[in-house]
Design a protein around this ligand. Sequence first.
Ligand code: SF4
Length: 355
Amino acid sequence: MVGDNMYKRHETKPIMVGNVQVGGQEKMVIQTMIKARPKDSETAIREINALATEGAEIIRTAVLDESDARAIKTLKKNTTVPIVADIHFNYKLALLSIEHGADKIRINPGNIGSDEKLRAVVEKAIAYNIPIRIGINAGSLESSIENRYGRTAEAMVRSAMHNVRRVEAFGHRDIVLSLKASDVRLTIEAYTLAAKRFDYPLHIGITEAGPKDRGQIISAAGLGPLIHRGIGDTIRISLSGERIHELKACKTLLGAFDLYDAPKLISCPTCGRLAYDMDTLVSQVEAYLENNPTNLKVAIMGCAVNGPGEARDADVGIAGGKHEGLLFVKGKVVKKVPQDEMYDALVKTIESFEK
Ligand code: SF4
């Protein structure tokens, strides 16, 4: 259950990606992309299933050749999460991917080629009843648009309008839009403008955000303001390195806006008043909450001077003393516990809430 304190989402047209709805709802769908090639089916299936277990609701894969496109059938047989085929340049791979069970295709109409090629892709998507994501990228705008508007939010939205019109002209309206840039301000401006001009669901993300630490901050800086304004129907946080971090970052970011039931662990930065081993306790409780999701807000504070007060909103928490701590529930101290019993006391109290 997501909390009551929801942000009013920007109203968009609901689109089905396999059995997952994107748009037209309060929920934002989490997605990521596998690293394996589909034709390396065993690895790809393992990766998809592991990412689905960690919270990925839609999974995208790059399709680079015909073997990849045909392998989508094998992936579909061995997984349950909707699969999106990501195609650049070769429209025939889009056709083949759709025929082999892709639940959505992601294309950049600008590099798919002539109207006839785009028409073939759109007609195939209609025949198989699947949506198309039109992916606009600040780095590959149509030169006529870039010459006129520069590399700006207006240019990105003009490019999106142009390509949406092309797809609509062939009769398809199951469209998801993305307007990716690696620049945070450009991303915010482009999606804000797009939300005013389209009612198609928006796939939000910062492209090439970077390695884990930097990428998470850049993504939160760029996507947070959008989520706050109710913009975005599906999200991918692109990070170099282990994919699992993308999903954790999505869950934490959405959790901060009460759009996902992510564990809420509050802990203080500590100062000279700290007199117990707080870092170990924080790591232990963080691991517990990851494996035992809860709606509770848990706080671990360095001292009893400010601890319970600073964590007033927490349901349960510890405020440290000298090698001991005060266990508090809803801001009220219930008992004193020695350092080596803090973890058990916290977990026991969390579990008693769940009953
Ligand atoms: S809770 Fe106590 S130890 Fe932690 S930062 Fe505040 S004053 Fe310092």
